[in-house]
Design a protein around this ligand. Structure first.
Ligand code: NAD
Ligand code: UDP
Ligand code: UDP
Length: 316
């Protein structure tokens, strides 16, 4: 494999920082671009000073002129708490920002992998979700800044591909967890683990019967890289772990792994919270030869260990 110069937008975030690690390990030059809205310098501190790593503080809503052979577009806050903090900014990132990323790729004739989301399926009426399903999204609800933004971004990718022959790859990522997820970003895995480790009650939203399917970060990053480097499809392709759990089951699993005696309390369910979510990964298996390897229990153990270390170091 020949080494490449690879631009990673959102590279200081949870997923982006793991992706930067893997791309560097493989011998590539990596340009990490981030505005540090929901990412952190700590996630990439170990890469600073590496001769093949370059960090640019930049907001993709503004044009960016660098040269790259491949572009992974991850810039966009992913947790509801973060993306609802400034919804208009979230929409701009997925629309104006996406245009800039595609414009850059067009100028450089580089291939772009865009990280879309299972949220494009909204509160799905088809279960498990196949890529052919068009989704059930509330266009004016509190999640729309994120999911409608991501739907426009997919459309932009396809239209740059059709109009300009740009090589695009679209993945729809399902809930992913692991080390470096921001402890306060409000997503369920980080919330439950931090609450359990601090001896606080676990906040179960609604009756806790809603389901999600959780993919461990290492598996996810493998899937992204396979998607980027295959020649068969633009996608979209679902990447996620089809193991489906209710939030109640997740809370119990976190208590078991941490050994915490925290209580579980019920708090109101946020508006438009999807009732169920599970990827159909037939396409990923067939086209990418990919499927997740890490079971929830194993992944939770590694994640808990990370948060424990951070708490001990006083980094959280
Ligand atoms: P994250 O919030 O940890 O990372 C996003 C990164 O993008 C952060 O470092 C943030 O500072 C940066 N960013 C945000 N807006 C930017 C802008 N305008 N310009 C430059 N940088 C910007 O989230 P994550 O979990 O690592 O998610 C990465 C990508 O994967 C996102 O696009 C997200 O929508 C997608 N995704 C993630 C999941 C998941 O479960 N983690 C699921 C579906 C999709
Ligand atoms: N762009 C960018 N970096 C580049 C090339 C383009 O940020 O290296 C931006 C550019 O500012 C433009 C957008 O991407 O606003 C879309 O570019 P495209 O070439 O598709 O459109 P045009 O420049 O014709 O509007
Ligand atoms: N959730 C919960 N307690 C929390 C945070 C989230 O019960 O402290 C629930 C939330 O209502 C949703 C699921 O966990 O049903 C996943 O939420 P998250 O924000 O992690 O991801 P998303 O809803 O975007 O899939």
């Amino acid at each position: 494999m020949s080494y490449k110069t690879i631009l990673v937008t959102g590279g200081a975030g949870f997923l982006g920082s793991h992706l930067c690690d893997r791309l560097i390990e493989q011998g590539n030059d990596v340009i990490c671009v981030d505005n540090f809205f929901s990412g952190s310098k700590q996630n990439i501190a170990h890469l600073i000073g590496h001769p093949r790593f370059e960090l640019i503080r930049h907001d993709i809503v503004r044009p960016l002129f660098v040269e790259a052979d491949q572009v992974y577009n991850l810039a966009c806050p992913a947790s509801p708490k973060a993306y609802q903090f400034n919804p208009i900014k979230t929409i701009k990132t997925s629309t104006v920002g996406m245009v800039n990323v595609l414009g850059l790729a067009k100028r450089c004739s580089s291939r772009v992998l865009h990280t879309s989301t299972s949220e494009v399926y909204g509160d799905p009426e088809v279960h498990p979700q196949v890529e052919e399903y068009w989704g059930n999204v509330n266009p004016i609800g509190p999640r729309s800044c994120y999911d409608e933004g991501k739907r426009v971004a997919e459309s932009l990718c396809m239209n740059y591909h059709l109009a300009h022959g740009l090589e695009v790859r679209i993945v729809r990522i399902f809930n992913t967890y692991g080390p470096r997820m921001h402890p306060d970003d409000g997503r369920v895995v980080s919330n439950f683990i931090m609450q359990a480790l601090r001896g606080e009650p676990l906040t179960l939203y609604g009756d806790g019967e809603q389901t999600r399917s959780f993919c461990y970060v290492d598996d996810l990053v493998n899937g992204l890289m396979r998607m980027m480097n295959q020649e068969e499809t633009t996608g979209p392709v679902n990447i996620g772990n089809p193991g489906e759990f209710s939030m109640k089951e997740l809370a119990e699993a976190v208590l078991a792994v941490t050994g915490s005696s925290s209580d579980i309390i019920h708090v109101p369910l946020p508006q438009d919270d999807p009732k169920q979510r599970c990827p159909d990964i037939t396409k990923a298996k067939r086209i990418l030869g990919w499927e997740p390897k890490t079971q929830l229990r194993e992944g939770l153990e590694a994640t808990v260990e990370y948060y424990r270390e951070q708490l001990q170091k006083g980094s959280l």
